[in-house]
Design a protein around this ligand. Structure first.
Ligand code: LLP
Length: 423
């Protein structure tokens, strides 16, 4: 197996003369020694340049989906770069506000927003609420009538009846979905009628999101084509096309850039006669490739004729994606980044179950040894945010790297943190 393909590494990744990898001017092996393992490392310049691509293409319609990777530092970074922030829960809203993001720069999502969540959203004057159900329309109307906050500007979330080519758990555009209002059933038209007639909300647009990690750009164009007659009929000022752009995780995978994706979306809208101002809200495409997780190798167990298990000091608690979706990753040694990887191994975590996989089919240099720092690239999205404390394993820190400096933006959990909620 060849060395790790460079397109899976963040923009500022550099391989030194001895094969050692640095990101943001920081040596990864040294970072692992200084801050411990596992750790989520982020290339801050990479995050910023991805944000800038979205702003360049969509201007004030540029939004970042916080569910992919959120902490105060990330919320602040996104706001600084001029993007709106999409939050899906009261918890995400709380982090955004704590980071200093003004309510007007926040878009509130969620298929089951509670009265409490809607109350806070109204009180802080969120920029947009994406309405997801008839019950939510009732709830917003009641809260506004009770004087909780000003009349919000809302979008209606529409499911266009599209099955995007992605994992079934992250498809959202098909008719059978818990999200939004169906186009084919007439439910979306009914919701729009209610919102237009309501004195408790101002309908400013429609929203469509067909799923996540989508590689086939034609799926986005198809959704736009499908929804276009409804968009033209309502003639509202805004249309949000959601997120969903896929990213390459393993050798052999190639993904479109944000600029290419934007080109397809804007062309499809123009061809469909859509003149509304376009919004998008990518998450993965901004955060995934910016992140690398570093682990330390603790045991190497060779089962003759079966396989070699390499255990690291993290696992399904810091990255549940392999277990949840069967997601594949690459593994490499930051001390020998451009070495040939000739040893097939299965990288597993330290959790008490056999399914605790980090990389099922990994290739590593054949001098792999106990104590080595082993890294998995493309772990910047849906890793930190989906982490758990299974087996009471403390969650890793988040460290931003830029211009030779490492900034801990989320500290490592301690054993005492694990007791913080217990009576
Ligand atoms: N907008 C809405 C309404 C969404 O539901 C999502 C993702 C996004 C934007 C951002 O999508 P992205 O650009 O990141 O694909 N945990 C799964 C992914 C779940 C995606 C949920 N919604 C994973 O690890 O693959």
């Amino acid at each position: 197996m060849t060395p790790l393909p460079p397109h899976l590494l963040p923009h500022t990744a550099e391989v030194g003369p001895t094969g050692r990898l640095s990101v943001g001017g920081c040596d990864l092996v040294e970072l692992a020694d200084t801050f411990g393992t596992p750790a989520y490392l982020y290339d801050e310049d990479h995050l910023r340049s991805q944000c800038r691509q979205v702003v360049a293409a969509f201007g004030t319609g540029a939004t970042y989906a916080g569910k992919a990777f959120l902490c105060k530092a990330m919320a602040a970074l996104v706001h600084e770069e001029g993007l709106m922030l999409d939050v899906a829960t009261g918890g995400e809203l709380h982090v955004a506000l704590a980071a200093g993001v003004p309510g007007s720069s926040i878009i509130m999502h969620g298929n089951n927003k509670s009265e409490e969540e809607l109350t806070r959203a109204l009180q802080v004057g969120v920029g947009r609420i994406v309405v997801d159900s008839h019950d939510e329309i009732d709830r917003i109307e009641a809260l506004v009538a009770a004087g909780v906050g000003p009349v919000p500007q809302v979008l209606i979330r529409v499911t266009p009846g599209i099955e995007a080519h992605t994992h079934e758990y992250v498809m959202t555009g098909q008719d059978d979905s818990k999200f939004g209002f169906g186009l084919a059933s007439g439910s979306a038209a009914e919701a729009a009628r209610r919102a237009i007639e309501s004195s408790g909300m101002e309908l400013v647009g429609l929203h469509v999101h067909i799923g996540s990690n989508i590689f086939l750009l034609a799926s986005f164009a198809k959704a736009i084509e499908r929804i276009a007659p409804f968009v033209r009929k309502l003639d509202l000022p805004e249309l949000s096309l959601g997120g969903g752009l896929g990213v390459a995780y393993v050798a052999g995978e190639e993904s479109a850039s944000i600029a290419q994706w934007a080109g397809v979306l804007t062309k499809a809208c123009a061809e469909a006669g859509i003149t509304a101002r376009l919004y998008v809200e990518p998450g993965r495409a901004i955060a995934a490739t910016a992140g690398i997780t570093v682990y330390r190798v603790g045991t190497i167990k060779e089962l003759p004729g079966i396989r070699t298990y390499v255990s690291v000091d993290g696992g399904m608690s810091d990255n549940p994606r392999p277990v949840l979706y069967g997601s594949g990753y690459e593994a490499f040694l930051p001390r020998a980044t451009d070495s040939t990887r000739s040893l097939p191994v299965t990288v597993v975590g330290k959790h008490c179950e056999s399914g605790d996989l980090v990389v099922r089919e990994a290739w590593v240099p054949d001098d792999l040894a106990i104590g080595d720092v082993l890294a998995t690239p493309v772990t910047g999205a849906y890793g930190h945010v989906m982490a758990s404390n299974y087996n009471k394993v403390p969650r890793p820190p988040v460290i931003f790297l830029r211009d030779g400096e490492a900034r801990v933006v989320v500290r490592r959990e301690t054993y005492d943190d694990l007791l913080a909620l217990d009576w």
